[in-house]
Design a protein around this ligand. Structure first.
Ligand code: SF4
Length: 410
């Protein structure tokens, strides 16, 4: 796994922007984890630890910031220890992260620190592909060096119809066997529909979904989140920075204004993007890739901070979301896939581009792209995307982006 991963917190681009705005001359403070761990700012560290919220009907209090495991957990054991020390006690991973290496890193930590297992709310996920699900869960537990996970997600749901009664029976069996405590699914495609459907299933305990300052604005998503909350489904947000598949551009004036406004209040725009999500009490926890102590520290400081965003600050985020709409793929895959007759899972390819460009994770991007069926990769540039472009609510230049994906990720 690539250690240069970045998701939330301070990125090199942000850092350069920040330096530019503040007129400071600081160099070399990237987000690669080579720095000593800065303590979260004292003013922000009023609470002793990261606050907790109840995860819906599970009744479990989980840390509002959770550690996304899509990084080199094997070689970042000290970072895991620091996360725990700062109160990030919800840890997320998946079989597919580094082909099991992420789970293995967590497992090594638990082997070294057995007392930590009780403290950590541990989550893993499996994509329901070929192979026996129970056998694969057993392998995950072995890698994690634990008897059980607190929460298990079926990974990457694209439609609620995939939550068949067979999963209901399997979840009950695994709970009975003591291998999982709670059950749900993750989704970054057609999220609003998946959530709205989940709200009608009384056997879904929790859902992890793409949710950020862009997605939260749509009425469909707002209604779906409210429906889940009403049904007692615990909600966990991921892809919280709202990064898109488009090429990195020079920051616009609107973006610089927004960054400057947050700076005056003492936080970065990355931190503000987390804060605006925590303001929704229905969101129990935010998942964040924090592969360096710099990012971990910045996010922990934001989680501990009691300062609420002012109305004009939330508004500036909303404006920024609208201005940069065409840079973001909203995951409404059913729209574009239908428009191309199912030939290409466009939003899956967009996600690969996002890993490449926004996360700075070429290895992960190529690995995810390689996981798409070969026939799909072959036909990527041969498909007519004009109807999809017309139907796309974000007005993305789909054909151009698919060409770029074929060039960069093959
Ligand atoms: S490309 Fe457009 S229609 Fe397709 S998932 Fe992304 S935003 Fe939705």
């Amino acid at each position: 796994m690539n250690r240069k991963n970045k998701d939330t917190g301070v990125t090199r681009r942000d850092f350069v922007k920040t330096v530019g705005l503040a007129g400071l001359a600081v160099a070399g403070a990237g987000a690669t984890g080579a720095l000593a761990a800065p303590e979260p700012p004292a003013a922000a560290a009023k609470a002793a630890t990261v606050p907790k919220r109840k995860l819906g009907k599970t009744g479990v209090e989980v840390s509002i910031l959770n550690l996304g495991g899509m990084f080199d957990t094997i070689n970042n054991q000290l970072l895991l220890r620091q996360a725990l020390k700062w109160g990030v006690t919800y840890w997320d991973t998946a079989e597919s992260y580094g082909n099991g290496l992420s789970e293995e890193g967590y497992g090594r930590f638990f082997a070294r620190h057995p007392e930590a297992r009780k403290e950590v709310f541990l989550v893993t996920k499996l994509v329901p592909k070929e192979g026996n699900l129970t056998e694969r869960l057993n392998k995950s537990l072995k890698r994690l060096q634990t008897e059980y996970v607190d929460l298990f997600f079926i990974h990457s749901l694209t439609g609620i119809e995939q939550m068949t009664p067979a999963f209901k029976a399997w979840a009950a069996e695994m709970k009975q066997a003591g291998k999982i405590k709670f059950f749900g699914f993750s989704t970054h495609t057609n999220m609003a529909d998946c959530l709205a459907g989940a709200a009608k299933l009384d056997w879904i305990d929790a859902v992890m979904m793409t949710y950020n300052f862009r997605v939260m604005l749509t009425p469909e998503m707002q209604a779906a989140v409210n429906a889940c909350a009403k049904s007692g489904i615990g909600l966990v947000a991921m892809k919280t920075q709202g990064g898109g598949p488009g090429a990195s551009k020079t920051a616009s004036k609107g973006e610089l204004d927004m960054v400057g406004r947050f700076q005056e209040r003492g936080f970065t725009d990355k931190q503000a993007k987390l804060k605006v999500l925590w303001e929704n009490p229905h969101i129990a926890s935010l998942c964040s890739q924090m592969p360096s102590l710099t990012i971990l520290s910045a996010n922990v400081a934001a989680a501990r901070d009691q300062v609420k965003l002012a109305r004009e600050e939330s508004e500036s985020l909303r404006q920024y979301a609208l201005e940069t709409q065409a840079d973001y793929c909203a995951g409404c895959g059913s729209i574009c896939q239908e428009a191309v007759g199912g030939a290409v899972p466009v939003n899956e390819v967009m996600r690969c581009l996002m890993y490449f460009r926004d996360y700075g994770e070429p290895e992960l991007a190529r690995q995810t792209f390689a996981g798409l069926p070969e026939a799909v990769r072959q036909r990527l540039t041969a498909v007519d995307y004009s109807r999809a472009e017309q139907a796309c609510p974000q007005r993305l230049a789909i054909a151009q982006l698919m060409r770029q994906a074929a060039e960069m990720l093959a």
